[in-house]
Design a protein. Structure first.
Ligand SMILES: C[S@@+](CC[C@H](N)C(=O)[O-])C[C@H]1O[C@@H](n2cnc3c(N)ncnc32)[C@H](O)[C@@H]1O
Length: 181
């Protein structure tokens, strides 16, 4: 019994340390999008054609898993650096046999995006500045950006969905061709 308790304690400590480490290193925790938010993101993704959907920081898979299930013909890609969320989303992908979903343990700032890509994210204000810079200077092939809660600085969204929550939280859809001008 004592051995079991010790093993449980070590496991819990490892989980906590791993999540704290990645949160400090990346500047954001793997907090998932709410159900209302990911449903709004799915609805906006429906308006973006058939290009690959790329989640910048796919976390526990709260967006990519339902997205891949709902659109088996569409390629869905997630980039996530935090170990435990990435492992758990990989497990969910395997269980759901989602062959159209690919999950990379990679820094999304350093990847090349496929043509006609649709970026999805739930990050924080400074990250939105960096993403804007990446999309405008290095990744001209991106067609759309969908962002939960955080706007792309100084850019006019194509559409905003206000969630039915306390803050009336926004989910933004940007058409990159209009932003590039
Ligand atoms: C708030 S969570 C959102 C998770 C998921 N997209 C969702 O909507 O449920 C943001 C995630 O981005 C990941 N992240 C932050 N910066 C990253 C980077 N440069 N490369 C890969 N993942 C990153 C974090 O580890 C975290 O899991």
């Amino acid at each position: 019994m004592i051995i079991f308790d010790v093993l449980l304690l070590i496991t819990m400590a490892f989980i906590a340390m791993s999540l704290i480490y990645s949160t400090i290193k990346l500047g954001i925790s793997p907090m998932p999008s709410s159900k209302k938010a990911y449903k709004a993101m799915l609805a906006l993704a429906d308006e973006t054609g058939t290009g690959p959907i790329v989640d910048f920081g796919s976390g526990w898979g709260n967006f990519v898993i339902p997205m891949a299930k709902r659109n088996p013909q569409r390629q869905v890609i997630g980039y996530e650096l935090s170990l435990l969320p990435w492992l758990s989303s990989r497990l969910l992908k395997k269980i759901g046999r989602l062959n159209n979903l690919t999950l990379y343990r990679q820094n999304f700032y350093q990847v090349n995006l496929p043509a006609a890509a649709v970026i999805v994210c739930y990050l924080y204000p400074q990250a939105m500045h960096k993403i804007k810079h990446k999309l405008l200077t290095k990744q001209p092939k991106v067609d759309f950006l969908i962002s939960n809660n955080f706007a792309l600085p100084s850019c006019q969204p194509e559409k905003i969905i206000r969630l039915d929550d306390f803050y009336k939280s926004p989910v933004y859809l940007y058409k990159m061709a209009k932003i590039k001008g």
